[in-house]
Design a binder for this molecule. Structure first.
Ligand SMILES: Cc1cc2nc3c(=O)[nH]c(=O)nc-3n(C[C@H](O)[C@H](O)[C@H](O)COP(=O)(O)O)c2cc1C
Length: 158
């Protein structure tokens, strides 16, 4: 029988046990998706505590996505060093880390304001933009040394 504290594989990743920290939104990132010291402390504690792998809280692929306050974000290359610092400290405990990529909701720009838009109301161009945002965020996650991404496909309604 498989044992919880037995080494296991998740795709190409080796996990020291079968415990995975499920994605959990902390709501503490800065409005642009930057990470405060508290975020590093939370993830360091999770990895030091012995998780086999860690999945981040949902990390928006867009800047103007205010569905959940304090979401982490991967919409800009300038944020990569902050996320690299996060993966480095988790990896230091021998723990893989997966970025959960999300779009809480799509916000369309109207007269300088961003207004939440129903999915049914989105144009093909907007849908293609969102697909592109997920791809770009996944590339950034790889550059920041995440071991994988998890696509969060929920919420997004009034
Ligand atoms: C405060 C809080 C934040 C959460 N944030 C996320 C999230 O960012 N992404 C996600 O997919 N699930 C999120 N979840 C769901 C959890 O990952 C988990 O699936 C859920 O709590 C069920 O697991 P449990 O039965 O062990 O509590 C969140 C749950 C809670 C309570």
């Amino acid at each position: 029988m498989k044992q919880i504290f037995e080494e296991t594989k998740l795709g190409d990743l080796t996990l020291k046990n079968r415990l995975i920290r499920s994605a959990t939104w902390e709501g503490i990132a800065t409005p642009d998706g930057g990470l405060p010291e508290e975020a590093y402390a939370i993830y360091d504690e999770l990895a030091a505590g012995g998780m086999g792998a860690v999945i981040t809280g949902f990390t928006s692929v867009a800047l103007h996505d205010d569905y959940f306050g304090g979401m982490m974000r991967q919409y800009d290359d300038a944020l990569i060093p902050q996320y690299k610092r996060l993966t480095d400290l988790i990896h230091a405990h021998g723990t893989p880390v997966i970025a959960q990529l999300a779009l809480g909701a799509y916000y369309r720009e109207r007269n300088g304001r961003y207004v939440q838009t129903e999915p049914d109301d989105m144009t093909m161009e907007e849908i293609r933009l969102v697909v592109r945002q997920f791809v770009d965020a996944a590339v950034r996650a790889e550059k920041a040394d995440f071991d994988g991404v998890q696509i969060h496909a929920a919420h997004f309604s009034f």
